[in-house]
Ligand binder design. Sequence first.
Ligand SMILES: C[S@@+](CC[C@H](N)C(=O)[O-])C[C@H]1O[C@@H](n2cnc3c(N)ncnc32)[C@H](O)[C@@H]1O
Length: 310
Amino acid sequence: MIEVDPKILLKPENEDYDSTGYDTSTASLASSIQEYIFENGRRYHAYYGTDKYLQPTDETEQDRLDLHHEMQRLVWEDKLHQSPLSEPHRILDIGTGTGIWAIDMADTYPMAEVIGTDLSPIQPTWVPANCRFEVDDAMADWTYKSDFFDFIHSRNISSGVSNWEHLVSEICTIPGGYVELCEADMSMHCDDGTMKADNPLKVCADNVRASLVKMERICPDLEMLENLLKKAGFEDIKTTTAKEPFGPWAKDHRMKKIGAMQLLHCESVFESYGMAAFTRVLGMDFAEAKAICDAAKLAAKNKNYHIYGL
Ligand SMILES: C[S@@+](CC[C@H](N)C(=O)[O-])C[C@H]1O[C@@H](n2cnc3c(N)ncnc32)[C@H](O)[C@@H]1O
């Protein structure tokens, strides 16, 4: 259980946190890949169809992904991976987004070749010499040689994965290689009863999950990923979770900092996951979808809710 900072509750009449927050593409790509649609004031990719991946690809989303990466570094105590890598030669990042993890890995392992793949060519061109990006649909049959990579990584790609079993069956490393699949469970958690059933953070998350269910997409839990990896022949599987508070309500300094970063992340994360999902999949109109996202954003700032994600 995350212990609540008693100072957070000092001014009960004021629900929000103080304004201080807390006291402590490459050029050779075919142009068709760069086809976009504009919806809800956001830019989404269109090349793979409108139901492949429902989150935007615009600069607001790219900033969110980069902020989220920094938050993940804090969550995992600055470790880019949990696997005991020694001298990796070839590393793959599936669904690399802005490529920020791949770039950090390339800097950390200068002798390794790091490849990031994604549906969208939104990665920067100024990257370390040992890092490159490819446009690729991870759901297609893979064309990489079966013994090519010694580390394969993915993070938060589940909203674009229509068939986890297929994806995991395509993942293959050299003997002795490692695979790391990191997914948020897209649910809200609370240990002290401060999240009621109608809490806007929960309502928003529940709707995101409902849209994924309707699209027959699954937010994989640890057990499911573990079983799929076992079935694909991987051994020595380890699982781990980390809590990410919404807001700087935790007493522990690092948790408080994660919660503060989470508040910044909340400025765009609900719209990123929610707007297209609620309108295109759940059939809401723009106003209804936006109201759910806005209410969640406001609730994240309420210091009386001690809610966290996993
Ligand atoms: C939420 S973002 C996460 C990006 C990055 N992994 C990170 O953690 O910063 C998910 C990314 O996965 C990509 N993606 C989704 N489905 C995909 C698929 N089927 N094949 C390749 N990339 C995919 C999206 O385009 C998006 O860039």
